[in-house]
Design a binder for this molecule. Structure first.
Ligand code: BTN
Length: 334
């Protein structure tokens, strides 16, 4: 839509003015069409000033997730080259899967203001209040082995931390495998889902989904979550969700360009951010919980734990695969 193009140009121009004529040339439309798009944006709550002989300037606007807000940050990148911004959806992961099945190209990003059936790991639901968080999923089609793919979840945790940090300066940590923490509480969850070819069991595509808590209050979380979850705003960081989305998608694109050859960089950052090592953990073995001590992250992002009898074991993080696999889950006492 033309509004998105005009918004992208104005956003990319920062504090400066941009003439209607320059926009009409860039977008290959008439000046009247540009004016109409400006009016539509104003009706959507954007403060766009205009000055004779200078043109239009974006002075402010609502905190909305829309393509025009993100296009500048993602120009020329693979991740985000197709942006689908929805008001509401059942789950952005599910929407990407539907579009992948219909042949969508890698890099597709689906974002939503809210989700009605946000999904977490191990079949849990993910609270997705409209306008309060960032809910996005990306379609990747990496041509790598299953073993390499199993490390994508850990890489993603690093990329999301980097995106958050470059947006607002917060320094998130990672609870193994891929919960993102701020000041010891959960700020963001990552759900990586892998689809295999039915015949060959070769990887077909991966959906990387993440939900960041942006402006929830303790009351929004409710008594069940308030002690363990936090939002950027609760920790003193006020961010525009569109800016955060742009930074995280750019960080995911950097990841995709580096995967898997650039492992050393992601591994050292993962180790530096890992809040699990040096702590007691509970290993979930079926319904039982086995205490252990988390010693280190090994070269494949596995968690090396020491059991009470002195034995060392390595826990392996995995993407959620749509063929039955069993794996140990792990809860960290924080
Ligand atoms: C977890 O903490 O267990 C993972 C939560 C992942 C939530 C995100 S929100 C966007 C995407 N869509 C979903 O349905 N889930 C992921």
């Amino acid at each position: 839509m033309l509004e998105e193009g005009v918004l992208a140009l104005l956003r990319g121009h920062g504090e400066g003015h941009l003439s209607g004529e320059a926009m009409s040339r860039t977008l290959a439309v008439s000046r009247a069409a540009v004016w109409k798009a400006v009016e539509a944006l104003r009706r959507d709550g954007y403060q766009i000033t205009s000055a004779p002989n200078r043109g239009y300037r974006l002075a402010g606007g609502p905190d909305r997730i829309r393509a025009g807000e993100l296009a500048g940050a993602l120009a020329g990148r693979t991740v985000g080259r197709e942006l689908v911004c929805l008001e509401t959806v059942d789950s952005t992961n599910t929407e990407v899967k539907r579009r992948a099945a219909a042949g969508a190209a890698e890099g597709l990003a689906v974002l939503a203001e809210g989700q009605t059936a946000g999904r977490g790991r191990r079949g849990r639901s993910f609270q997705s209040l409209s306008g309060k968080g960032l809910y996005l999923s990306v379609l990747l089609r990496p041509a790598v082995s299953l073993a390499e793919l199993s490390q994508l979840t850990a890489w993603t945790a690093v990329a999301v931390c980097r995106g958050i940090q470059s947006c607002c300066g917060a320094e998130p940590q990672i609870k193994w495998t891929n919960d993102i923490l701020l000041n010891g509480k959960k700020l963001c969850g990552v759900l990586t889902e892998l689809e295999l070819e039915a015949e060959s069991a070769a990887p077909s595509h991966v959906v990387v989904g993440l939900g960041v808590n942006v402006s929830q209050t303790a009351a929004d979380f409710g008594p069940e979550l308030a002690d363990i979850a936090t939002s950027l705003e609760l920790e003193g960081f006020s961010v525009r969700r569109a800016e955060l989305a742009g930074q995280i998608l750019a960080a995911l694109d950097d990841l995709y360009a580096a995967f898997p050859a650039g492992k050393a960089d992601y591994l050292s950052d993962y180790r530096a951010r890992c809040a699990t090592t040096g702590r007691e953990v509970l290993l979930l073995r079926g319904d039982a919980q086995v205490p252990a001590f988390a010693e280190a992250v090994d070269d494949d992002f596995g968690l090396v734990v020491r059991c009470p009898d002195g034995r060392r074991e390595t826990e392996i993080g995995r993407a959620h695969v749509r063929t039955p696999v069993t794996y140990a889950a792990l809860v960290c006492r924080l």
